[in-house]
Design a protein around this ligand. Structure first.
Ligand code: LM2
Ligand code: CA
Length: 504
């Protein structure tokens, strides 16, 4: 009896500890993670105060914050490619985004306005040696040019790495974990010497106020090693408003395109959330018109996606927006992209992450930079959009307003689902919000049940509620909850959304 009670308590506490790594620690009324890809810390701090906090964003995924290799032309056809940051040289906080002092300033300012930080970490590998390929070392900080598999500023030496081998067979789970992704020196996370370095790095970031991590290339590491590493981390820092005992949120990157894969997303989902690439694939396919919207009524686990609480969902990420297979949507196709994001934001499934890009025409192109390779800040236009080469999807009215919709409807179920059997759909979120989509190529004009109280509402896609008027379409909800919903086939946007706070 006594034994089983002790057993139960230890199982429950182990369970709650692990479940805890699924909690992003959003402030109440906030949700959604925005990946401010390649942004500088000083710009992020300002963005938290002037946009993300007031607009209810939950947190930010940062580009890797630790010292990386510098890749100069002619190694790439564009000056200093973005991907140099996926080749770490040390765990010192020195990158083109800023220094440790800049990081701390950003962390204080973002946390103060309710915006959490998640750091992209690269525990799988270190930088390629210049002799291995097209890259060359520079000095990102204080590190001298290292020899092959010798990273003195960590320090790591040859024995910290797996023996060199190429991943030649993607059906071999041992090769996927123990050989070299892109030929990059593969750390052995089974060793205490490596675990200690990773834990020290992550604990340092926890001290500086982060709420969690995006774990790069998780698929290429053994889940049991990650479990040990995550388990050794300190609790989040209460000085930044986290409750005592809070655990770091995990977003583990596992590219799993379905049943044929030998490494599955399910192997990692007990340790935190896992990237759900099928969400990106299926919404891209549907809103590009290659699958009927009517089927989305059952979107989720029934489609083979992870359970909602384990899924980190997105329409595009920094990798697949660069690999246009004709399925993934990005800022380059604005109308269907905004529809896909509106659906992702309105539909209560997973932790949503949205991309904030810089404009690019070729795969390698790095962020907007000056002649010395320094990142150039985004400029902010009077219409809230960005300039200087930054796309700032998170500032597009339709996207930012749908994040607010998600927050206002948080915790309510999908109700009043309607479709025309093809590419016109609509649903409400309890009695808090209502959204409709027209992807049909003919106008949509329907009398639909909105679930909302009678009144005149402002459509937050075509405009904004300003004072007591609406800069876009107005929708009149009758006493029985029904309203006439109109979305022209050639309108700028194929979505209409109203909610309790857009009532005039
Ligand atoms: C990821 N997730 O698991 C990142 O999301 C992805 O952006 C990273 O690849 C990858 N894993 C490794 O962290 C990027 C980029 C690659 C680039 C690597 C390393 O997509 O193209 O590889 O970062 O910087 C580059 C060259 C490649 C070369 C490699 C090593 O493109 O041709 O391979 O460096 O020199 C010989
Ligand atoms: Ca590995």
């Amino acid at each position: 009896m006594k034994y089983s009670a002790v057993f139960l308590v230890s199982v429950l506490s182990a369970l709650s500890c692990i479940q805890a790594q699924h909690d992003p620690h959003f402030w109440t009324g906030h949700s959604t993670i925005v990946h401010l890809f390649e942004w500088k810390f000083s710009d992020i701090a300002q963005e938290c105060e002037r946009w993300l906090g007031p607009r209810g964003f939950g947190g930010i995924q940062l580009s890797p914050v630790n010292e990386n290799v510098i890749v100069e032309p002619p190694a790439s056809d564009s000056n200093r490619p973005w991907w140099e940051r996926y080749q770490p040289v040390s765990y010192q906080l020195t990158t083109r985004s800023g220094t440790e002092a800049d990081f701390l300033d950003m962390s204080r300012r973002c946390n103060a306005v309710g915006v959490r930080l998640y750091v992209d970490i690269i525990p799988n590998h270190m930088a390629a040696h210049p002799a291995d390929g097209s890259v060359g070392y520079g000095t990102g900080g204080s590190t001298a040019v290292p020899r092959d598999r010798d990273f003195p500023a960590v320090p790591y030496t040859l024995s910290d790495f797996n023996p060199s081998c190429e991943i030649t067979d993607w059906n071999d789970r041992v090769m996927i974990r123990n050989c070299e992704l892109f030929g990059l020196p593969d750390l052995n996370q089974g060793l205490d010497s490596v675990r200690d370095k990773l834990v020290a790095f992550m604990d340092h970031l926890i001290d500086l106020g982060v709420a969690g991590f995006r774990v790069d290339a998780a698929k290429h590491m053994w889940p049991q090693d990650l479990e040990v590493i995550y388990g050794r981390l300190k609790n989040l820092n209460t000085d930044f408003g986290f409750p005592a005992g809070a655990r770091a949120f995990m977003m583990q990157e596992v590219i799993d395109n379905g049943d044929h894969e030998v490494v599955r997303k399910y192997e990692y989902s007990h340790l935190g959330t896992v990237t759900e690439f099928m969400f990106s694939f299926y919404l891209g396919r549907a809103f590009r018109g290659n699958d009927d919207l009517v089927w989305l009524e059952s979107f989720g686990e029934a489609w083979g996606l992870l359970p909602s609480r384990d899924a980190l969902v997105f329409v595009d990420n920094h990798d697949n927006q660069r690999h246009d297979h004709g399925t993934i949507l990005s800022y380059k196709l604005p109308k269907p992209y905004k529809m896909a994001i509106a659906f992702g934001a309105a539909y209560p499934f997973g932790q949503l992450r949205i991309m904030s890009s810089f404009a690019f025409d070729d795969f390698d192109l790095g962020p907007p930079m000056d002649g010395n390779g320094n990142i150039v800040s985004p400029s902010i236009n009077t219409d809230n959009s960005c300039g200087n080469g930054w796309v700032c999807e998170h500032r597009w009215r339709q996207i930012a307003n749908m994040i607010k919709f998600r927050n206002i409807c948080w915790g309510t179920p999908v109700a009043n689902w309607w479709s025309n059997g093809a590419n016109k759909i609509a649903f409400s979120r309890g009695n808090r919000g209502f959204v409709a989509f027209n992807n049909q190529g003919v106008d949509m004009l329907e009398i639909l049940q909105t679930g909302l109280a009678a009144g005149i509402y402002c459509d937050v896609i075509s405009g904004d509620k300003v004072g007591n008027s609406c800069t876009g379409k107005s929708v009149t909800v009758l006493t029985d909850g029904r309203a006439s919903i109109h979305i022209a086939h050639d309108a700028e946007d194929g979505v209409l959304a109203i909610h309790v706070e857009s009532r005039l």
